[in-house]
Design a protein around this ligand. Sequence first.
Ligand code: OAD
Length: 335
Amino acid sequence: KWGEKLDGKKYYNLKPFSPLFFRKGKSYQSSSPSTKPILSSPSGSSVPRGALETIGRLMKLGRVRNIVVVAGAGISTGSGIPDFRTPGTGLYANLAKYDIPYPEAIFNIDYFSDNPHPFFSLAKELYPGHHRPNYVHYFIRMLHQKGLLLRMYTQNIDGLEKLCGIPDDKLVEAHGSFATAACHLCYTPYPAEEAKQAIMKGNVPICTFCAGAVKPNVVFFGEDLPEKYFQHAEDFPKADLLMIMGTSLKIEPFASLVNTVKSTVPRLLLNRDPVGPFERRPLRRADYMELGDLSDSVRKLAEILGWHTEIQDLMNSHENGLRSYTDPSNSSDFF
Ligand code: OAD
C-alpha cells in the first residue's frame, strides 16, 4: 500500500498539494546573516546577502566539501523536456490522448499490468536520445570536477545526467532509467535494446520466462526504488550543503530525503516555487532559496563562484562530442 514500510522497503506515497506563500524571482534566507556567525562578513558587519551570494561565499571560503544535489524534472525543462506538474505545460496536463483514468496512472504498475499501451506510447517520446543536457546539468558536473559533489540524487529518467558526464558512482537515479529492462511480473532481465526496438515499433516486449510484459526499469508507483537509492542513509548525514533543484518534492519517499541532512546544514532551494519544507514558515535557520528560472539562478551562482566561463567551455566541448550521438532532427517533439 502507498506510504507503508513493509519488510524494510519503502514505497511511493503521493503527498497532498500545499499552498504557496512566497513570491517568485526572489531570494530568501531564513534569518538575517548577522545572526549566523559563519555568514557574517570579515569586517564583522552584517550586510544582508541573497541566498546565492551566501552559499557562493560559503563555497568560496572552502566551508563546503560534500554537496548532495537533489533534482527533479525542472532541471531538464531547459533541454526541452516538460516537467510533470507545471499547469498547462507539464506532462500530466497533456495526457488526454492516452485515455487514462488519472494522469499518474501512466506510471502506475497495476494500471500497466492491465494495459501497458499508454505507457509504451509515451515511452516512445521519453526514451533518451532526443535531448541534450543544459547548463544546469553541466553546473552539477562542474561540482564534481571541483571535487565538491558527494552525490547527485535525481528523480529524472531522461538520462541527461549521465550524458553530460556525471560518473555512475556520483549518481543515484532514484526513479530508475531506460538503460535496463525486465519483466514487470517476474523481474527476469530482458535486453534493453531489444525492448526499445519492440516499443518503438508499437509492440509489447514479452518475457521469455513468464510471458509478462517487459518494461524499461523506470520506477513506477507501487514499485520498489533501486538498491542504490538506499545509499542515502550514508550520504545525507555526511552532506555539508544540500542543493535542491527543479522538483516539486511531491513524491515519497524521495521528497523526505531533504529532511535527513543535519539541521545545521545549509539547504539551498533553486526552483520556480517554494516546495516541501520551504513552503512552511518559519524556515529552518540554514534554509535558503532562490525562486525563478533555474538556468538563471544556476548561472548567477556560477558567476559568483567564477565558474561561468569554465562551465560554458566544458559544455561546448562536450556537446560537440555528443552531437554525433544524438539526432537533432528528433528534438523537442513531446506533445
Ligand atoms: P514536477 O513536475 O512535480 O516538479 C518540477 C518542479 O520544477 C516544479 O516545482 C516546477 O515549478 C519546477 N520547474 C520546472 N521548470 C523550471 C525551471 N525552468 N526553473 C525553475 N523551476 C522549474 O517534477 P518532479 O518533482 O521531478 O515519478 O516529479 C517527481 C516525480 O513525479 C517524477 O520522478 C515522476 C513523477 O510522477 C514517477 O513517474 C515515478
